[in-house]
Structures are given as structure tokens and as C-alpha cells.
Ligand binder design. Structure first.
Ligand SMILES: *Cc1c(COP(=O)(O)O)cnc(C)c1O
Length: 375
């Protein structure tokens, strides 16, 4: 099989030790009876779903969360046998496959249960389908909103001969990463009012993403859905400080593919938006917006041999140019994310420059960038 990107020296490097460090820190901080499930959706936030899941398991994660069914199937295909929860809504037509693969799904309506029950019966599925009821306490995305709706679903799950295993109940907070906890408290009150109608709580009762576990640990329940923090990224960006040192696992490096002297008055890249006002040394970096290195990063910087260099002219699809302080050889190391010497560029700083959050930058890194793992 041809691996596209294999023969270009532009790579995402993932430090699995950093992932284990972050999980270990959370493992020692949380209640020992609370399980940690690693959230590895979106190809492990761009870090690689299988490798991250395996490292998380070694560090003590006892289950996984993903966004879509195919991600759960990929984990099963890789031989992972732990519980896996699909956090988004899966089409009820796949109920037999979900049950057969021992996967758990989020359910947010009675209509879903009714449809899945029909499909399971029509296919004579013997295995129970593991269900986690999603409660919408203020995120406004998926889930039961009222005690009345919820009570009906709970009754359905409790019926004799139900094809379902009522395995979990959960909610998701919209503002757990903010200093002001007004809305968080409002959601927590809604959560308490909703679960009060469930006569017997299921095995897993969970509310915490990374931010909730880091800053509102008291309401964790018996499982946390630990996502962005396991990759070493602070869920609040820079608003709140984490209770321990998060170690970023991801770095992004390249090598200069071309170096030249540019005469004063000459221009760089599409639109000729940059013109040298003196003779300058310019390096070309083989990465561009097709790799998820955003076009908006014109004017930002990279590290060339440990020194900050400005990105000059527009970022192209596959290449971009940087201004060098002095001539350096082709093949000189370029660090786009991570540290070189005393200097560092974080995903956070890139996100700030682009007006977004580090989550979006990390999971936007394209498949064309090979992921290289170190222990
Ligand atoms: C993505 C997601 C998480 C993980 O969130 P982080 O902020 O990355 O910790 C947890 N729960 C749900 C429902 C999610 O969609």
C-alpha cells in the first residue's frame, strides 16, 4: 500500500509518554472508584485513534468514547475489548451491528428505542444492545429534556425481554471550562432533577468531560470521559489553570526544501502580498493548508533551527515561505508545533492566531501528515 506523505520529511510526532503522564495524573487525582474512559474520537484528536487508545489503556483507561460507530468498529478491529461508547446518535438501522460488536451507544429519544427494537427483532439479534441515555441539561445537542420523556424511556429499558441493556446515563456540560459557573450550576440542577425520576441508576453515571473533571471534580459520578486533557491540552485554553502540568503530546516538524536569497523589491507567493524591503534569505517549507496548516497563518512564525522565523506571503496548498535570519542549508529542521532549543510553539498559540481553539487545529491536521510515535 502506498502511504501518502511517507516520502516527505513533514511529520506529526506523538509522544505516547506524555499521554500516559496526563492520564496518570488524572488517575491519581480522581476518586479511585471512578473509571477513566479515554475519548479518542476524530482519530484521537488528530493524534491517531489506535495508538492513543492503546497508550491510554496502558495508563489505566478502562473504556473508550468515540463520536461515530465506525470509530468504535476501528477500535474493535484493532483488538480492543474494553467498553466503547459512541457519543453521537447512531442510526437505529445499525442496532444489530452495534449489539454484535458489544458497543454502547448514546440514546436521546424514545423514537430511537422503538426503531432499534424493531430492527433487533427483525434480525433475531440475541446479544443485548448497551444503551447510555443522553440527558440534555442545557447543551442543547442531543438527549431527553424532560422527566416525563425520560421516565417513559427508562420504563422501556426495564421491560421484561427488553433487547436493551441499560448500561449508562449521562449529560454534557457546555461551560465547564469557564470561570463563571452560573450556567454550569443551572445544568447540574437540571441533571439532578432528571435523574431523580430513574428508580434504579445504571452501572455508569457520568457527566464529566476533561474540563468538568479538572475543575468540578465533585460531580464526576463513576466514570469520566477524559478527552482533550489526555493529549496535554488545557480545555479552557488559557482561562483556567489545570491542577497539574499537562504535557502536550503532539509536535509537527518539517525540513527546509529550498533556500534562496531574495533581492530587495521582489515578492513572495500568491497575490504578491509580501515584498522584501531589503535583500533577504527565504526558506521554503513543504507544508500548506492541505495539511491543515491554515492559510490564515501568514504572518505567524515557525522555528528554524530553534529560531523564530516569520511566515511571509500567503500559505499555499502544499508549501509556504519563511524569512530566515541568515542562510541555512536545505534540510534544516523546521518546528511548526513543539519545542526546539529554548523556544516553543504551542497548538494554543496557533489557535489564538487563527481565532479558534486548539481542538480544531489538532483534529484538522490532515492524513497526509504521517504520525510517528515515540514511547
Ligand atoms: C468530545 C466529548 C467529550 C470529551 O471532551 P473534552 O473536552 O475533549 O474532554 C466528552 N463528552 C462528550 C459527550 C463529548 O462529545
Amino acid at each position: 500500500m502506498v502511504v501518502i506523505g511517507e516520502h516527505r520529511h513533514t511529520q506529526v510526532k506523538i509522544d505516547l509518554q506524555a499521554i500516559k503522564h496526563n492520564i496518570n495524573e488524572e488517575m491519581t487525582r480522581k476518586d479511585p472508584l471512578t473509571e477513566l474512559w479515554a475519548v479518542v474520537k476524530a482519530n484521537g484528536y488528530g493524534h491517531g485513534i489506535i495508538q492513543v487508545a492503546q497508550a491510554a489503556k496502558q495508563a489505566g483507561a478502562t473504556g473508550f468514547c468515540v463520536a461515530i460507530l465506525d470509530e468504535a468498529l476501528a477500535l474493535r478491529a484493532a483488538g480492543l475489548v474494553e467498553p466503547i461508547l459512541v457519543l453521537g446518535i447512531t442510526e437505529p438501522e445499525y442496532a444489530p451491528l452495534i449489539a454484535e460488536k458489544d458497543i454502547s451507544v448514546a440514546v436521546g429519544s424514545q423514537a430511537w428505542l422503538d426503531q432499534a427494537e424493531k430492527v433487533l427483532a427483525a434480525n433475531h439479534v440475541a446479544q443485548p444492545l448497551h444503551v447510555h441515555l443522553a440527558l440534555d441539561t442545557g447543551m442543547g445537542r442531543i438527549g431527553f429534556q424532560t422527566p416525563a420523556e425520560l421516565a417513559v424511556a427508562v420504563k422501556t429499558l426495564a421491560q421484561a425481554n427488553s433487547p436493551f441493556d441499560f448500561q449508562g446515563i449521562f449529560t454534557h456540560f457546555a461551560t465547564a471550562d469557564q470561570a463563571d459557573d452560573t450556567y454550569f450550576t443551572h445544568q447540574l440542577d437540571n441533571w439532578k432533577a432528571l435523574i431523580a425520576v430513574v428508580p434504579e441508576l445504571p452501572r455508569y453515571v457520568h457527566v464529566s468531560n476533561s474540563a468538568t473533571s479538572l475543575w468540578h471534580q465533585a460531580c464526576n459520578g463513576n466514570m469520566i470521559r477524559f478527552g482533550v486533557a489526555l493529549y496535554g491540552l488545557n480545555p479552557s485554553g488559557t482561562d483556567l489553570s489545570a491542577p497539574y502540568q499537562l504535557q502536550p503530546a503532539l509536535s509537527l516538524t518539517a525540513e527546509l526544501s529550498f533556500v534562496k536569497k531574495l533581492a530587495r523589491g521582489k515578492s513572495i507567493s500568491y497575490g504578491a502580498t509580501y515584498t522584501a524591503d531589503q535583500d533577504e534569505w527565504i526558506g521554503t517549507v513543504p507544508i500548506g493548508y492541505a495539511d491543515g496548516y491554515e492559510r490564515r497563518l501568514q504572518g505567524f512564525h515557525v522555528l528554524v533551527a530553534g529560531q523564530f522565523c516569520e511566515i511571509v506571503g500567503r500559505v499555499c496548498m502544499d508549501q509556504m515561505m519563511v524569512r530566515l535570519p541568515k542562510p541555512v542549508p536545505v534540510g534544516t529542521k523546521v518546528t511548526l508545533v513543539g519545542s526546539d532549543g529554548d523556544q516553543e510553539i504551542s497548538l494554543q498559540s496557533i489557535a489564538d492566531y487563527c481565532g479558534t481553539i486548539h481542538y480544531e487545529i489538532a483534529c484538522g491536521l490532515a492524513p497526509r501528515l504521517p504520525r510517528v510515535y515515540t514511547e
